[in-house]
Design a protein around this ligand. Structure first.
Ligand code: SF4
Length: 510
């Protein structure tokens, strides 16, 4: 088991391999805590971008910390969780800012706070403890399960709200004062005050985007890749998606010139990241110019109906060997129902383009367990996948459907672990030997579903599950033991921006 010294040496070693680290000391230092391991946190565009933003503020610095890869080593060596840049305990900072991407990271948040020696429950903390500020992608759907653990949640895009919140937190003398002053921030949700209304998600000023990496590191899955968003949001309307057009006015496009000028000379690998990158009107130009400058390029979120000869050729010459897109519904009927624009002819064309340009395979993301899905939909998927696999080697990436708050499918029932597993079995059997099928666990998708649809009580149960060992059966027991009379459907989100007093009148518990 590693000693405290070895744990520190490992962090120093990691930092020595980074490019772009901002090692600043400043009177107003914030612990920037990511509740997953380093390799995940450093792949988060938001985490990286806000790290730069905070460090750019005179007198202020962000010092990173992550959930350790080896939690047990920190426990057994009694090493309190410490920051990378500051090399000091997270608990010594007046403010800990957390970015939470999705529901299951709440477990990491609890573990990280405990390793830092900070009581994870807000009700157990006092003035001796840091102020815990949370934000991140989870806030676009349902931040309520975070409520027991944090003092303030910044909803939505944080480029403006985070600096404003830090101005407040470094300008007050007590948490009580902070909670009053934070009310001036429209997107601040203050669960520790027992508020029962949900603010709107913030939309950052266009001048503050695009988000982009600050640090290049070899220790992520996207090794040494510079990430940048050529667009933010999506103008499409898939009814299961939090980032659909109703969120923050849909897609905001960054000009090709701006994207290219922001890519640093030393970045040899560039990842273009966003909800709908291929809907960018100049995406082929951007990829081609990056390739022409000798770079490898990766692109997230390829939409099948946007693929054409030119873009697929550019992606191939950018170093891609797998063409990845999503169709999400097992059958055309389901895709129509959820308003996913991925018709069979479009997917066939994607397979043909993949073959024509020498891709090793086509990878198709898909959901199982959508409302009204039947075995017949899975049979259609089997038949259609078989057809596609005759054109190009095919891999299916299956994720069980989890209804999210703040989407039209909010409140749709969970299909059931057994139903999802049975359909997956049927699919695997039907395409055996022809299509590679990879699936995420239906059990953990159920946990995600309970939290996605849940509130404070479900959030509180996460700590019981973590303390019991964090196995699936621990989560199940923790949820099973929740009182039946707990509040259901606790909050709704306002559809427009009203002032806080109006919202409080309108948005009492429903
Ligand atoms: S699933 Fe993709 S295409 Fe559909 S609304 Fe969401 S981001 Fe847009």
């Amino acid at each position: 088991m590693a000693s405290a010294r070895e744990l520190r040496d490992a962090v120093r070693q990691r930092m020595s391999e980074e490019i772009g680290t901002l090692v600043e000391e400043a009177p107003e230092a914030v612990a920037f805590l990511y509740p997953s391991p380093y390799s995940v946190g450093m792949s988060s565009l938001g985490f990286q971008s806000l790290y730069r933003l905070v460090n750019q503020t005179p007198g202020r610095a962000a010092h990173r910390a992550f959930l350790p890869d080896d939690i047990e080593a920190f426990r057994s060596s009694r090493t309190p969780l410490f920051t990378y840049e500051g090399d000091r305990p997270v608990a010594d900072y007046p403010v800990v800012a957390l970015s939470v991407a999705y529901e299951l990271e709440i477990a990491g948040l609890i573990q990280a706070l405990e390793l830092a020696g900070i009581p994870p429950l807000a009700e157990d903390r006092d003035e001796r403890h840091p102020f815990i500020l949370a934000g991140g992608p989870l806030t676009f759907s349902n931040p309520l399960p975070l409520a027991p653990y944090v003092d303030c949640v910044l909803m939505g895009e944080a480029e403006e709200s985070l600096p404003a919140a830090l101005d407040v937190l470094f300008g007050v003398h007590s948490k009580a004062e902070a909670l009053v002053a934070l009310r001036s921030i429209e997107s601040a949700f203050l669960p520790s005050e027992g508020e029962d209304w949900m603010p709107p998600v913030a939309k950052a000023d266009d001048a503050l985007i695009p988000a982009r990496s600050q640090i290049l590191t070899p220790h992520t899955e996207l090794r040494d890749m510079f990430l940048i968003e050529p667009e933010r949001g999506c103008h499409r309307g898939c009814t299961y998606c939090v980032m659909r057009r109703s969120t923050n006015g849909g897609m905001r496009v960054i000009s090709k010139e701006r994207v290219l000028e922001l890519v640093p000379a030393e970045a040899r690998r560039v990842g273009l990241v966003g909800a709908a990158t291929t809907d960018h009107p100049q995406i082929a130009d951007i990829v081609e110019e990056l390739v022409a400058s000798g770079r490898e390029v990766g692109l997230s979120s390829l939409r099948a109906d946007r693929l054409n000869d030119r873009l697929v050729a550019a992606l191939r010459s950018a170093g891609q060997t797998v063409l990845t897109t999503a169709s999400d519904g097992a059958s055309q009927r389901l895709r129509d129902t959820v308003q996913r624009r991925a018709r069979e002819d479009v997917l066939v064309r994607a397979a043909e383009l993949a073959r024509a340009h020498g891709f090793k395979r086509l990878k198709l993301y898909m959901m199982l367990g959508l409302p009204d899905e039947t075995d017949a939909d899975v049979d259609e998927l089997i038949a259609f996948s078989t057809e596609l696999s005759k054109i190009v080697p095919l891999a299916l990436g299956i994720a069980p459907f989890c209804a999210k708050r703040n989407t039209p499918l909010d409140g749709a029932p969970w299909a059931g672990i057994k139903v999802v597993d049975d359909r997956l079995k049927r699919l695997r059997k039907g395409v055996k030997g022809r299509v590679d099928v990879r699936a995420t666990s239906a059990r953990w998708a159920w946990v995600e579903y309970v939290l996605a649809q849940g509130g404070r009580a479900e959030g509180r149960a996460v700590m019981d599950a973590v303390h019991a060992g964090g196995r699936f059966r621990d989560w199940k027991r923790a949820f099973d033991e929740l009182p039946a009379d707990r509040p259901q459907r606790e909050l709704v989100r306002p559809g427009n921006r009203l002032d806080r007093s109006q919202q409080q009148k309108r948005l009492r518990v429903v």
